[in-house]
Every structure is written in structure tokens, then in C-alpha cells.
Design a protein around this ligand. Sequence first.
Ligand code: FAD
Ligand code: NAD
Length: 510
Amino acid sequence: MLNVPSQAFPAPSSQQRAASGGRSKVPLKQGRSLMDWIRLTKSGKDLTGLKGRLIEVTEEELIKHNKKDDCWVCIRGLVYNVSPYMEYHPGGEDELMRAAGSDGTDLFDQVHRWVNYESMLKECLVGRMAVKPVAVVKGILLKSQVSDLPAKEISPSYDWFQTESLVTVVIYTKQKDVDSESVIVDYQDGSFRAEVVIKDHSYLLHTELSHEIQEDITVRVAEKTGKVEIVLKKKDNVSWTYLGHPLENHNSFTAYRETGLYYRKCQLISKVDVTHDTKLYCMMLPPATHLQVPIGQHVYLKQTVAGTEIAKPYTPVLESLNSDLQEPLHPPDKYIYFMIKLYHTGHFTPHFDCLQIGDYVSLSSPEGNFKKSQLQELEELFLLAAGTGFTPMVKLLNYALTNITSLRKVKLMFFNKTEGDILWRNQLEQLADKERRFEVEFVLSEPTCEWTGKQGRISLPLLSEFVKRSVEDSRVLICICGPAPFTEQGIRLLKDLNFSQEEIHGFTAY
Ligand code: FAD
Ligand code: NAD
């Protein structure tokens, strides 16, 4: 049923083509080639309409999705929403509609068993067919009554198993797009806490382990199936009869914002001057913590000042923008860098700056609404930063230049008061020299008379000249961060310049 997309495969004389029963291809509209389909599947667009959830589909539910604009097909027990694929199907829409709302496995096998539909339709996966419950009455098996319930969301679950020396806790998220950054693990004073962030929800395991473990914990994530394995090393080679005693909110699945921020104590490893009032601080995570702050997200740092707990948000940066420093001073999975400006009259920063190397400060789990998928297939990235609003741009810039192959241009416009306030100026200029896709422009609001560069604050003339698509219709993203009036004004101006909401990301407190 799903036609082979390539003209060259199978070869015209092959058995496979013969088996297709002379099925003919229909001309596809412009922009509906296989490459266009692949591009669409990688765009981060929600192709199932389920926002990344996988569901259990009953037969009754499947039958309902039998129209071109709402077409589900089951192949070998997996259900796909093929509506987005209709126009890309080389065999035409009618051919695909033959299996609408039903089990298309046989049709599929008759036509072309060799198509790697699992990979082609990966982003269209809705879920699995539900196994029909079977009722037993007085020893006779009865087929259950047809239920008219809507498709049921599958919530995560967990299991554990052990060998002589290891205990492996397995979390089945049943979700796509779960990666190592989605998993946060802590082990402190016998309490084991594993949290998996799934879209805007969080699944939590929280238990007092039945036996002691060593401090090195390994986390493995199978991204395709959403299976998370957390491997714990036993302290003593004894058999565990149970994992542990449940603690607060154990085995719960709640909205992430309702879970409350969890803090662990981190040690200050180093502090280095960046400018006259800003320093680069390196913090070390506890040995039994697995935590990676996703790009564009921030954490809270918390300390007790005069008997009161004060927490402020900070966005981790890299140790340096210069990737020639091949071997980072500290392994990135255990150390977090912050670039923090000191405000002498501030509530938090003067006390933070008093911390000595070796002192501890509490660090929260990450939050923020930036998604890496916003960078997928991106062609031009514009970054507008003011003062320490530069911090989210650091990892973003590095990630985009390293991982986004479609990217043609990254332009940073960096607003500061004076030349002495510009953070990592040398590193930015060096990066612009060696990386042809990167450009940086500094704008000063309080320049000396020697300054020959751009002057002033964020304005329409500055933006209309700087934030321009180099090619009509190119896929752009504009990220903006700085003092709230700067960010708000910038977003307004960008909208006046006809950039859409999706093309603008303003970094603000969550
Ligand atoms: P505050 O007590 O907030 O004071 C800051 C300044 O405002 C001082 O000069 C103070 O005198 C003045 N002030 C305070 N109250 C008033 C008032 N009522 N009227 C007039 N002036 C006042 N900062 C960084 O340096 N690096 C980062 O990576 C970073 N990331 C952030 C991420 C997010 C999501 C957000 C929202 C902010 C981020 N910040 C960052 C800013 C940071 O959270 C703090 O706001 C900043 O460090 C100031 O904290 P403070 O308590 O020392 O100063
Ligand atoms: P700053 O006072 O040194 O100002 C830097 C530049 O911002 C100025 O040169 C000017 O061009 C612009 N600016 C300042 N006030 C403005 C206003 N009222 N209207 C328009 N433009 C203005 O900046 P700073 O002390 O480094 O402060 C940085 C700000 O960025 C803080 O408010 C901090 O909370 C925020 N920040 C937010 C995030 C985030 O949300 N993710 C991350 C880091 C920093």
C-alpha cells in the first residue's frame, strides 16, 4: 500500500517490482518529493496531532479515523496517522485510503514489504493497537463488550532487576523524544530520586533504597522507544528483595511546574574574572547526580542570606566559546559554568561572590521553555543579547554551529553600556574570524568618543538593517534576551518587521 519512494529501488526488473502487480505511480505535486517528506519529518512539526504522546488504540477508535484529513492505518500492530503523508505517497492518495481506519498489514505486504515504513513514518506513529480484554465466565472465554472509550494515554511505568553487583531501574516512558537531558537522577543519604521530564510533565521515582549503592550512576536512554535505564552499583554483593520504601510523590506523573524545584548541593570549583563586574563560576555536581541543563534553560542558585533562603535564576554557559580547547578543563557532565554579574546593592550576587572555592551552594533542576526542535532545519539564526542576556546565547550559538547542518548564518547583535562591559569580546571576535557563518556586531549605549561602532539602544532602524533574511522564505529564528524592557521592546519591533511569533523566541523567567 505504501509505495516505494525511490525511482531506482526496487530495480524495474526485480521480483519486488513484479510483486507490486503493476501498480502505477501518480505524479506528485511540486514540493512533495521524498526529500520534502524527510524535511517535514525532521522539522519538529507535530505530525500525529498528539504532541508526541503515544497512545493505545482500540479497534473502535481506529475505524473512526478513516478520512483523508484524519487517516490512521495499522501496520503490524502499530498505528500511524498517514494524513500528513497523503500528498507525498508515490502511489497516490486513493491507494493509501484503501487502508484508512483499518489494519493495512496485508495490503502493505502485497504491494511492497521491503519499504522501511517504520523509519519513513516514524514521526506519524500514534501508538499500538490495544489488546482486547478477554473475560472468563464460568470457564468459557467471552470476547469483551466493544468499548466506546476514546484512545487511552499510556502513562510511564517502571521496573527493576538485578545482577550480583548491579541494580538496573528501568522506566518505560512510552514517549518519543526522551533523551539523556530529560533524565535527572539524585542519590543523597539513601534517598534515590529519578525524574524524567516528558514534554511539560514529569515522571518521578522517589524511594529510600533498601541497600546502599556506590556513587557512580549510569543513565542510558533508548530514544526510539523512550526506555530509560538507570544502573546502580551495589555497595555489597547481596540480593535485594525489594527496591526501597516509597518516599513523597513516588511513581507519580504530574505537570512539571507543579512538582516544585528540587535542589542538590554543588561545590564551587573556580571563579575567573570575565569583565570588571562579571565572573565565570564553575560548580561541581554531587558525584551521584545526573543532570544536564538543556540549551536555553536556566536553573536557580539558592543560598541562605541572614537566615533567609534567596534563589535567583541563572543560565549555564560553556567554559569557553573556543572549541579549539579540545579537552575541556573539567568533564562537561559533572561541571556547570555560570557567567554572573555582580550588583553591589543586589540581594543575591554580593553574597554569592563571597563564596570561597570549596564552598557549597544549592542548584535546582532546570526549567525554561526553549526547545532544541526550534533549531531543526534552521537556515538563519539571529541572536539579540543585552548585558548578561548573552548567557543563553552561548550554548545556543555553539550548538547551532556544531549540529545544525542546514544553518547558513548566525548573527549576534550584542548590546552593552560600554566597551568594558562586553562579555567574551575576544572570544566572539576570534569565532567570527574562524567561522565564516558567524558574524558579531557590538552596540554601545554609553560609548566613549573613541567608539566607532554602532551606538544606542534597540531600535527599528538597527533591527531592520541587521535582522534580514538573506534568501526569501528562508527558515529563521530570532532569539532575544536582556533586561525585560529590552526584550519586550525587541519582540514588538520584530513583529513590526513582520516576523511571526514562531520565528521569535524571547528568553524570560519561566
Ligand atoms: P537584585 O537584588 O535583583 O538587584 C539588581 C539590581 O537592581 C541592583 O543594582 C539593585 O540595586 C537594583 N534594584 C533592586 N531592586 C530595585 C528597585 N526596587 N528599584 C530600583 N533598583 C532596584 N544574571 C546573570 O548575571 N547571569 C545569568 O546567567 C542570568 N541568567 C538569568 C536567567 C533568567 C531566566 C533570569 C530571569 C535572570 C537571569 N539573570 C542572570 C539575572 C539574575 O537572576 C539576577 O536577577 C541578578 O543576578 C541580580 O540578582 P541580585 O539579587 O544580586 O540583584
Ligand atoms: P545592562 O544594564 O548592563 O544593560 C545592557 C544593555 O541593555 C544596555 O546597554 C542597553 O542597550 C540595554 N538596555 C538596558 N536597559 C534597557 C531598557 N530599559 N530599554 C531598552 N534597552 C535597555 O544589563 P545587565 O545589567 O547585564 O542586565 C541583563 C539583564 O538580562 C538582567 O535583567 C537579567 O535578569 C536579564 N537576563 C535574563 C535572562 C533570561 O531571561 N533567560 C538571562 C540572563 C540575563
